[in-house]
Design a protein. Structure first.
Length: 136
């Protein structure tokens, strides 16, 4: 009779430990999914920002190439009158050029938290074995 009660207690404890483990696993899985979703959302947004920066760099490079070509064309002009007209044209184009600030490039990092076995033990319930004295 006592053996059966002891075995029933052991089975109950095993079920409780399994249930605690299952609940912890669900919480950990939920947190992992949340972290992954956050990384994916931020990645999509940051990729869009990087594409915008790339487009702005390309546009700035095209404008710089145009200005360089104008400068090279200007070097070939010998007539002072034409030179003055070209200088005025370049000056007006330079006045039109906008200065833009390039946004800060985003970054992402993950700091892995290592759980010691004692920390994991504290998450689960305590298991104790004992003896009971029987009185007749």
């Amino acid at each position: 009779m006592e053996t059966q009660k002891y075995q029933t207690d052991v089975n109950g404890i095993i079920r409780a430990i399994r249930e605690d483990g299952r609940q912890l696993k669900e919480l950990i899985d939920k947190r992992v999914k949340g972290l992954i979703r956050l990384v994916e959302e931020r990645t999509a947004r940051n990729l869009q920002i990087l594409q915008t920066i790339g487009y702005e760099f390309k546009t700035a490079l095209e404008k710089a190439n145009t200005q360089q070509k104008i400068y090279q064309d200007l070097q070939g002009i010998k007539d002072n009158t034409k030179l003055l007209q070209k200088l005025k044209q370049i000056q007006s184009q330079i006045d039109v050029v906008e200065e833009r600030q390039i946004p800060i490039i985003q970054s992402v990092k993950y700091a892995n938290k290592k759980a010691s076995s004692s920390a994991i033990e504290r998450l689960l319930g305590e298991l104790t074995f004992g003896t009971e004295t029987m009185s007749e």
